[in-house]
Design a protein around this ligand. Structure first.
Ligand code: PLP
Length: 462
């Protein structure tokens, strides 16, 4: 929904928060008043203003001209619901610490499971994608002890580290020119020895590429490995109605994987610390089985700590997610789905501008909402230096992009006459993950165009 122009960092919603706090307070009216010492309001104000001063030293992540890394502002309702919950500060480890927020977590996680077509599942929230993948690979290691974990060369760097922590072996599989796991290479590898688990990345960090799930499922049929989907970034995009056919084909079969990670703190409009891991077979709960001498007293119902590796976890994160999904249900054709579609439209629009400009070499068309491109140059090192200059010029104009180091093949650089004088190339990268980016794509292009003109004119001749 497009409304009137609004100031940056507006304070909308604080009145609603007061109202909700009053409602919350009324639930505890039977308690005797406290005679706690008065807080020093002046000292708190002083410190808070100092904190505000400190926080000004940030890129404007909330603004569409921030189009660099994966940073998406939490929805207003998420911020308010999270703040509201902080007055209680529930802990979703056990029902003893967070009764209501544990119930809200179970509901919210079940909605994510339903989004991928799972009516039954085992799942919970955690601190983020890394922790969620660690849990999924830990379960995979329990089921296939001592067997290797494979992921593509473009999989998130933490997979290799996680397997080290778990004492498992890791191997990477080559990617095609579009940053997706290469099915042929995986097939060859599977012929040569047993593999326990393959990680399919559904939205790679660098380029938003989606691994070919139908081909992976076919290989699983033949070789019997476990299939885990790291959809930390791209997990929600199955709701969008404007994916390319190959990408859609992957999402249509997402429900067939054994486990999946989706990060509400990436595209799910949540504040940080909100990842989610889901298992298709609830029986894997057996691996989490433990007793706690200190908790689990208050109820025989499931305590989330009984199915989670972490102990204390913020109930506020569950309240924020629950509220967001109430307002913006995870359904095709809904407002949340529309917002994801807008991000992809924005990325395609910017991609077309870059592709049509003779100064640039665009990589493949974005599958989701991330695009990468390089300035044309005689050598990869030169193109990398120009990319760094354009990045800096754009930042001077308030347009914040990102840089990434990627294979030259993604840009067909050698076909375009670029010499491979280094193994990879530093490219410009933009993550257009705010729905407002659709309206801002043209403005972003205009600033990029100016920044490139200045940077290329000032660059020393090779
Ligand atoms: C595909 C993918 N997996 C995992 C992660 C790690 O997630 P987190 O930073 O929430 O730990 C990221 C982070 O960008 C990611 O893009």
């Amino acid at each position: 929904m497009k409304g009137p122009a609004r100031p940056v960092l507006d304070r909308d919603g604080l009145g609603t928060l007061r109202l909700a706090l009053a409602r919350l307070k009324s639930g505890f009216a039977s308690l005797p008043d406290l005679d706690a010492p008065q807080e020093d309001a002046a000292a708190i104000e002083r410190v808070l203003l100092e904190a505000a001063d400190r926080l000004r030293d940030n890129y404007p992540y909330f603004h569409p001209l921030y189009a660099g890394q994966m940073l998406k502002p939490p929805h207003l309702v998420a911020r308010l619901a999270y703040a509201l919950a902080l007055w209680i500060n529930p802990n979703n480890h056990a029902l003893d610490g967070g009764r209501a927020s544990s119930a809200m977590e179970k509901e919210a996680v079940a909605e994510i499971a339903r989004m991928i077509g799972w009516e039954t599942h085992l799942g919970h929230l955690c601190s983020g994608g890394t922790m969620a993948n660690l849990e999924a690979l830990w379960v995979a290691g329990q089921l296939c002890p001592g067997k290797k974990i494979l992921a593509s060369q473009q999989a998130h760097y933490t997979h290799e580290r996680i397997t080290q922590v778990l004492g498992l072996e890791f191997e990477s599989v080559p990617c095609d020119r579009k940053g997706r796991l290469e099915i042929g290479a995986l097939g060859t590898r599977l012929e040569s020895g047993p593999v326990g688990t393959v990680v399919a990345t559904i939205g790679t960090t660098a380029t938003g590429s989606v691994d070919p799930l139908p081909g992976l499922l076919e290989l699983r049929e033949r070789y019997g490995f476990r299939l885990h989907a790291d959809a930390a970034y791209g997990g929600y995009f199955g709701l969008a109605d404007n994916l390319a056919a190959e990408t859609r084909a992957a999402y249509d079969r997402l429900g067939e994987v054994d486990s999946i990670v989706i990060d509400p703190h990436k595209h799910g409009l949540q504040p940080y610390g909100c990842g989610c891991v889901l298992f298709r077979d609830p029986a894997v709960g057996q691996f989490y089985k433990h007793d706690s001498p200190y908790t689990y007293f208050s109820s025989a119902d499931l305590h989330l700590g009984e199915i989670s590796l972490e102990c204390s976890r913020p109930g506020a994160a569950a309240v924020g997610l629950w509220a967001t999904q109430k307002l913006l249900p995870l359904v095709k054709g809904g407002e949340f789905a529309r917002m994801l579609g807008e991000c992809r439209v924005a990325a395609l629009a910017l991609f077309e501008q870059v592709r049509a400009d003779a100064r640039f070499l665009a990589a493949f068309a974005p599958e989701l909402d991330i695009l990468v491109w390089v300035p044309r140059a005689g050598r990869a090192s030169e193109a990398s230096e120009l990319a760094r200059r354009i990045f800096a010029e754009a930042a001077r104009r308030n347009l914040h992009l990102a840089l990434a180091s990627l294979p030259l093949e993604f840009f067909n650089a050698e076909t375009a006459g670029m010499q491979r004088d280094q193994a990879s190339i530093t490219c410009l990268r933009s993550v257009l993950m705010k729905p407002e980016h659709r309206q801002w794509a043209q403005r972003i292009w205009e600033i990029l165009d100016q920044a490139a003109s200045v940077a290329l004119a000032r660059a020393p001749r090779p």
